[in-house]
Design a protein. Structure first.
Length: 221
């Protein structure tokens, strides 16, 4: 299989305007991936599937990722005047990155017997109704998996042929795989015993202020 740099160059040549970034991976696998812009995502997917040298004809796995707001610390080199002389010095800077959701696809070529190649699409933020293009028209195996991401993370896949919940019931609110999801104290379809609900609810109460000596006061008849 060609290197990611070579594939990136070929995509950008075949799909004018496509924005492709190679995303590093700090895990032990060191498995790099492509971040593709949503506007050209389906054209890029079609190229990866149909190009005679690549033929990524099988989408094996699709998953969602929830990225909360975070601050990244990085070292950069800047030029500064030090003791009257301009020098290049290393500084530590912090960058605030707003949260977003991500859909990640693992692609293989059955015909060419190579892969995987990983592509990522990101939403603009983590708000309600965030959107990304569906690649189910390119790889039919993505259909149920995009539905699962919609159900559990809330990404609405535009162009999906049958986008509806697949694990949770239709009336369910919120998205259980988001990192800030809080399980309800009770479920309407299966009432929880009162004492268990009360114990869960107590965890959300604000702590009550303690008064000096209050625990020693006993009510008089």
């Amino acid at each position: 299989m060609q290197s990611l740099e070579q594939i990136k160059t070929r995509i950008e040549s075949a799909v004018p305007g496509a924005k492709i970034d190679i995303v590093p991976n700090a895990s032990p696998s060191q498995q790099l991936s492509f971040k593709i812009d949503n506007e050209h995502a389906r054209e890029v997917a079609k190229f990866l599937r149909d190009d005679s040298a690549l033929r990524f004809d099988f989408c094996s796995n699709v998953t969602g990722v929830d990225w909360l707001d975070r601050t990244v610390t990085k070292k950069v080199k800047v030029r500064k005047v030090v003791e009257g002389e301009e020098k290049e010095v290393e500084e530590t800077q912090q960058e605030k990155i707003p949260g977003y959701l991500e859909a990640v696809y693992h692609l293989y070529s059955i015909e060419r017997k190579h892969g995987p190649i990983i592509i990522r699409m990101r939403t603009a933020d983590r708000g309600e109704g965030v959107r990304a293009p569906s690649v189910t028209p390119i790889w039919r195996s993505a259909e149920f998996q995009e539905r699962e991401i919609f159900d559990l993370y809330g990404i609405r896949f535009e162009g999906h042929p049958d986008l509806r919940r697949i694990l949770m019931w239709d009336e369910f609110k919120d998205y259980p795989m988001r990192k800030d999801y809080r399980e309800p104290d009770d479920y309407e379809y299966e009432p929880t015993p009162h004492d268990d609900v009360l114990e869960k609810a107590k965890q959300h109460y604000a702590p009550r202020p303690q008064l000096d000596g209050a625990e020693n006061i006993t009510a008089q008849p």
